[in-house]
Design a binder for this molecule. Structure first.
Ligand SMILES: [Zn+2]
Length: 113
């Protein structure tokens, strides 16, 4: 996970959107951080603080909310909460599942003025 490039592209998206809406300043940003996104919270916070300097996001309150992971079993179609390390399906026991939630870092919402 490359937190710096991830945060830099998220900030760019917010700046672009804030300009369209006519916001001069972004006051708070809430990011959803997937439980299994591999993003390190401290690194994310560091990147947010540093990369927002000199942008309309400088001084904004950054809130990082953990998104619980959810998997879909490719065999029986059960949706379940994965447990490390094998992510096996609790119903059929197969270890063949895909993440439906909890692998991404995305912007939940932001506020500006
Ligand atoms: Zn299953």
């Amino acid at each position: 996970m490359h937190e710096l490039s991830l945060v830099s592209s998220l900030l760019e998206m917010i700046v672009e959107d804030a300009q369209k809406r006519g916001f001069k300043k972004v006051t708070c940003v809430r990011l959803s951080v997937g439980e299994y996104s591999g993003a390190n919270r401290q690194v994310l916070e560091f990147a947010l603080e540093h990369l927002s300097r000199g942008t309309p996001l400088e001084g904004a309150a950054f809130d990082l909310a953990v998104e619980e992971a959810s998997c879909l079993c490719n065999n029986c179609q059960l949706t379940f909460k994965p447990e490390q390390p094998f992510f096996t399906c609790p119903f059929c026991g197969r270890a063949s599942s895909s993440f439906v939630k909890g692998k991404e870092v995305y912007i939940d919402y932001y506020e500006g003025e």
